[in-house]
Design a protein around this ligand. Structure first.
Ligand code: SR1
Ligand code: MG
Length: 409
């Protein structure tokens, strides 16, 4: 597939080596090893190892790898990803990979190799405790979202930045696969037939669809900040002490709460999934507590980080008006809960699933977990305005999820 843009060609591993030598990132004679390690839905990812260092070359394909060449996708997403990483690095360099090079013609980025870390989703499936994860993500969200919001940028500055992140192809994936298809009987959906009666009930639920329509409208029209756009646990590299946010190719000016909800949805799915992963009751309860702590801490860090930055100075002339920022925080909180519901619902019904649940070996437990995830997701979407604070949300999740776990208490 080489004919899509002048100068673009799809790399083989040897091309990635030659390219890095040409850039001077490795010397001409240095022996290099290169593997294509991409396991995501969209791109090629090469790891190139020399004697003393290792680098990642990530190249966009002109189509969605997971579906095939009949789903064309803009190559511009590589530029968007690279530039979004640079924007994040300006405000929170500790939590993104270092970008060494961006080539918009070949649609590739050259980045720090983070293979010493683990993909967040894999770490959660293994039941690893990551005590800093919630705080790191809350800080990342506060820094990246505030810095690109109308609290930090003048309307003119924000419009100039938003113009660099117009991302219709990738937004369209989210519009269809997250917001629309899972709420109708569409061919792109992928779910076990045993879920059909439950889905028929949700598809007929006008209250649910009204809320999803409202959240879809926010995604389509609320350009509040430069958001990551796909902040699930597969977009994280983690360890007990380090967290890096990768893959911002879905970045655009969108609703600020979408990233928060995406992260929460994946914590919620993880907490439901552990019923199928072999931990004993007490260990499972303890791990769920860690996941709820992570969600709660992410919000606390986000809220504190947003308030601190506002206090340090804002271009918004209304910033100091009593109650104004509190109301924004409350709105983001309830929108995040709604987006979390949508992001959880789509992982059960839609095209793209999560390994947390798909890797459950027992088919009966896997089905029950899917059923539980659908009920909880629908209820979060419909009740998103009822939660007064993160303690109330946590208490609700604890009772809703713990009740479905079948632990012997
Ligand atoms: C065709 S892409 C499917 C999903 O993978 C990405 O990570 C996004 O979540 C997208 O919806
Ligand atoms: Mg991705």
């Amino acid at each position: 597939m080489n004919a899509h843009a002048p100068g673009y060609r799809t790399f083989a591993p040897s091309d990635a080596c030659d390219y890095l030598r040409h850039l001077g990132l490795f010397t001409a004679n240095e022996p290099l090893e290169c593997d294509e390690i991409g396991d995501g839905n969209l791109n090629l990812v090469f790891r190139v190892r020399g004697a003393g260092k290792s680098l990642i070359v990530k190249q966009a394909l002109p189509y969605a790898k997971v579906v095939g060449e009949n789903w064309p996708l803009s190559l511009d997403r590589a530029r968007i990803e690279g530039e979004a990483l640079l924007e994040a690095a300006k405000v929170i360099p500790a939590h993104v990979p270092k970008l060494h090079h961006l080539d918009p013609v070949l649609a590739l980025t050259v980045m720090e190799d983070l293979s010493h870390l683990t993909i967040g989703r894999a770490a959660l499936i293994q039941g690893r405790y990551l005590p800093l994860l919630g705080g790191h993500i809350g800080d990342y969200l506060a820094r990246t979202l505030y810095a690109t919001s109308h609290f930090a940028l003048t309307p003119r500055e924000a419009k100039a930045l938003a113009a660099r992140f117009v991302n219709p192809d990738l937004c369209n994936i989210t519009e269809d696969l997250v917001f629309i298809d899972p709420y109708f009987d569409r061919p792109s959906n992928d779910f076990p037939e045993a879920l059909r009666p439950t889905l028929e009930r949700h598809w007929a639920d006008q209250a649910l669809k009204r809320e999803v329509a409202e959240l879809t409208r926010l995604f389509l029209s609320q350009g509040e900040a430069l958001i990551h756009g796909d902040l699930h646990t597969g977009s994280l590299f983690v360890s007990e002490s380090d967290t890096r946010v990768i893959d911002p190719e879905f970045a655009f000016y969108g609703p600020l709460a979408f990233d928060i909800g995406a992260f929460w949805a994946n914590l919620i799915l993880s907490s439901l999934s552990h019923r199928g992963h072999g931990l004993e009751n007490e260990a499972r309860r303890a791990y769920r507590r860690f996941l709820y702590d992570t969600l709660e801490t992410s919000w606390r860090h986000f809220e504190r980080g947003m308030r601190e930055q506002l206090a340090a100075g804002s271009v918004d002339p209304f910033a100091a008006v009593e109650g104004y920022f509190d109301a924004q925080l409350q709105r983001w909180f309830s929108e995040a809960i709604g987006f979390a519901g949508c992001k959880a619902f789509r992982r059960i019904v839609g095209l793209a699933h999560v390994a947390d649940i798909e890797s459950i070996q027992d088919p009966a437990i896997r089905l029950e977990v899917k059923q539980d995830a659908l009920e909880l997701a629908a209820s979060l979407i419909k009740r998103r305005g009822e939660f007064v604070n993160v303690e109330a949300l946590r208490a609700y999740l604890e009772s809703a999820i713990d009740d479905r776990q079948g632990d012997n208490r």
